[in-house]
Design a protein around this ligand. Structure first.
Ligand code: NDP
Ligand code: 8X3
Length: 252
């Protein structure tokens, strides 16, 4: 029997690659994001390529009312979510706190922390009542390490680590798995967003090294989701071979 997964931030990067690989491996999908045309396009492509059933929910995870309404709109089989991938997230700006832009911090905190909590709050009660389910949070090496000019982003990903562990403890009595995946540098739209559309600066991030690519993380998420019932992967740190820490790179 096919399972159902809800993926936040499926219009691009890791979320999109995760949607594609899950659909090819027995999941029907609820894909979400703010860019409705990209959601529709992805939904059509996945259905024609894999035969998976896909529905789309277009909303901003920062907007609690929108997020709650979107999840409340799910009925029938779509209200039974086996796997939640909390992926929507971003970094914006790269300045020290004393020179930072407060609006950038709001965007990161509201998306990476509050959005993840809003969605988990709406979807986990169904898992609790069924006594099964799996939540995989997309964290980061920035949830394990800290680097200068990344205070707010690292703060949000450390928060994701704390929320993941707390929810793992809270959901333990119900047999629900809670995991995180913590990638290093992955080439997606991430750097373009961080540098506010400056393609040159975004390209420089990946110059001279081989980063991870979105399917590398999607494959890991599929692996985590497919473990036997008695196995929960708590966290998976995945780095490019060319990156040894948040600050150590091998560029040629
Ligand atoms: P992308 O920018 O390619 O994708 C981000 C996704 O998040 C998009 O689908 C975007 O959709 C969605 N999103 C962002 N803000 C919102 C919002 N307010 N409401 C709803 N959806 C939103 O980046 P990645 O794929 O790289 O990022 C995915 C996750 O991976 C993030 O949590 C990021 O922190 C994490 N990560 C990324 C790394 C990297 O180097 N790339 C490394 C470690 C972790 P839309 O714009 O349509 O709303
Ligand atoms: C993204 C990776 O190193 O820019 O989470 O924080 S990093």
């Amino acid at each position: 029997m096919r399972k159902t997964a809800l993926i936040t931030g499926a219009t691009s990067g890791i979320g999109k690659a995760t949607a594609q690989i899950l659909a090819s491996n027995g999941y029907d999908l609820i894909i979400t994001g703010r860019r409705s045309e990209l959601l529709s396009l992805l939904s059509e492509t996945i259905t024609s390529e894999t035969g998976a059933e896909v529905i789309t929910l277009c909303f901003d995870v920062r907007n609690r009312e929108q997020a709650e309404q979107a999840i409340d709109s799910l009925t029938g089989k779509w209200s039974v979510i086996d796997l939640l991938v909390n992926n929507a997230g971003l970094a914006v700006g790269i300045e020290p706190v004393h020179e930072g832009v407060t609006d950038d911090w709001e965007r990161m905190i509201d998306t990476n922390i509050k959005g993840l909590l809003y969605i988990s709050h709406k979807i986990s009660p169904g898992m609790v009542s069924r006594g099964s389910g799996h939540i995989i949070n997309v964290s980061s090496i920035a949830g394990h390490e800290i680097y200068p000019n990344g205070a707010a982003y690292c703060g949000t990903k450390h928060a994701v680590k704390a929320i993941t562990k707390a929810m793992r403890m809270e959901l333990l009595p119900y047999g629900i798995k809670v995991s995180s995946v913590s990638p290093g540098m992955v080439e997606t739209e991430f750097s373009l967003v961080r540098f506010k559309g400056d393609q040159g600066r975004a390209d420089n991030v990946y110059k001279g090294l081989t980063p991870l690519f979105a399917p590398d993380i999607a494959e890991a998420i599929l692996f985590m989701a497919n473990r036997p019932v008695h196995v929960n992967i708590e966290d998976l740190v995945i780095m490019p071979t060319d990156q040894a820490s948040a600050r150590d790179f091998r560029r040629r």
